[in-house]
Design a protein around this ligand. Sequence first.
Ligand SMILES: Cc1cc2nc3c(=O)[nH]c(=O)nc-3n(C[C@H](O)[C@H](O)[C@H](O)COP(=O)(O)OP(=O)(O)OC[C@H]3O[C@@H](n4cnc5c(N)ncnc54)[C@H](O)[C@@H]3O)c2cc1C
Length: 425
Amino acid sequence: MSEGAAYRAHIAIIGGATAGAEAADRLAAAGALCVVFEQNDRPYGKVEDGLPAWHEALREKEYGLIDTKLTRDGVHFIPRTGIGRDVSFDQLLTEWNFDLVILANGAWRDRPLPVSGADAYINRGLVYQNPFIYWFNHHREEGYDGPSYQIHDGTAVVGGGLASIDVAKVLMLESTCQKLKERGIDQDLFEMEVDGIPSTLERHGIPWDDLGLKGCTLYYRRRIEDMPLAEAPPNAKPEQLAKIEAVRRRILEKAQRKYLFSVDPLWSPVGLLTHGDMLDGLRFARTRIGAGGKAVIVPGEIQNVEAPMVISSIGSIPMPIKGLPMDGELLRLDDTEHGRVTTFDNVFGCGNVVTGKGNLVASRKHSRQVAEFVAELLGEDSVPRASHESLMNHVREQQEAVGYDGSYHDWIGRVSVAAKSASTQ
Ligand SMILES: Cc1cc2nc3c(=O)[nH]c(=O)nc-3n(C[C@H](O)[C@H](O)[C@H](O)COP(=O)(O)OP(=O)(O)OC[C@H]3O[C@@H](n4cnc5c(N)ncnc54)[C@H](O)[C@@H]3O)c2cc1C
C-alpha cells in the first residue's frame, strides 16, 4: 500500500497562523494530509504583525503552538506562497487536485475610512492601522524595508475597538520616548508600556506638562460604554449589559490613565480637511445613539479637527482572492458556524477571515469548530482524488521554488535571523 492510500483526503489550508495551524492539526489528526500555504516567510500572521510587540509572552506562546501544529505528521508547510499571488485558487482544485480547501487567511485589509475621497490621502496625512502596527512591530529590525512613518503629536485616531486603543498607545509611547531622547534619556519603550507614562516620567523627575506634548485623540462614533472592549453575552439582560458597559468604561479609563491619550466619543467622520495634496484633518458630525444602538448623525453639529496625521482603525476585512465569492467586504458564506463558502461544497473559511473578531481565542475556537465539521464530512472510507505521489510532486516543486527544504525549524531559524538581531540591539 502506498503512503498516500492511508490518507482520507488531501486538504489545502491557506494561511499558517493561529486558525490555519489549528485546522491543520485537527484535520491531520482526523486522517487528512494537509498542505499549509503561507504567503510570508513566517507563519505567525497577526500574532507577529498585528498584536503589538509588547505582548512578548503571549507572542512566544502562540509561536510555540503554531510551530508544534505545523510540524506534526501529515502536515506539509509551504512558505512564501500566496494563493492568488503565486498559485491561483483555481489551481488548487484543478491542478493540485485537493479534495478540500480551508481558508485561514485572516483579515488583512483595513476597512476603508467612510469619507468620500479619503484614500487619495494615504501616506499624505492618512495612515491605516494594519501597516502602522506592522511598522511599529518591525521598524527596529536590522535591514527593515517596510512602510515608514513619523510619529506626530496631536494625531487623530478614528476607531473605538481594542486595536484603536493599541494605536493610541503606540503614538503616546513613541512620542514620549522621542521627547525623552531629546533630553538625553534613552527610555526603553517596552518598559514604559509596562509601567505607564506617568510612573516612568515620575522616575525621571519630569512632569508631563514639561514635555510639551498635546497627545493624540481617539474619536469614536458611539458612547464610551458602547466600545467593543468587552463582549456582552447573547441576549444579555439589562443588568448584565449595565455591568459590561461599566467594564468597558473601566478598561478605557485604565488605558487613558497609563498612556494619557484623549477620547472624544459621539463623533463620526464626514469630511476631509485638506491643503494641497495633504490631509490636514477631518470634519466630524455629532452623533447620538438611535434604535438598535446605531450611531445617528445629529444635523447641524460639526467640528473640524486639524491633525498632522489621521490614523484610521475601524476594523480589518479579508483580502479578496480571485475565484472566491464576496458579499461586499466579506466572504460569501452559507453559514458562519461551519464557514462553508457559497457555491462550493468543499471550501470552508475559519478564524479571522470569517469571524472578523480581533481575538486569538475566538479565531482558534472557530477554526476547531470548522475542522471538526469538515472531519465529520470525510467518510470512514473516503480516499483522496489525487495520488499521494502526484500531490507530493507539486508540494516539493513549490517548496523548492521558494528555497524551503522541508525542515521547518531550520527554515524558521534562517528567516528569523533579522528579527533576532534587532531584538538584541
Ligand atoms: C492591533 C491588534 C491588537 C490585537 N490584540 C489582541 C489581543 O490582545 N488578544 C487577542 O487575543 N487578539 C488580539 N488581536 C487579534 C489577533 O491577533 C487575531 O485575531 C488573530 O491573530 C487572527 O488569527 P487568524 O489565524 O485567524 O488570522 P491571521 O493571524 O491574520 O493569519 C492569517 C494568515 O494567512 C496568511 N495569508 C493571508 N492571505 C494569504 C494568501 N492569499 N495566501 C497564503 N497565505 C495567506 C497571512 O500571512 C497570515 O499568516 C489583535 C489584533 C490587532 C490588529
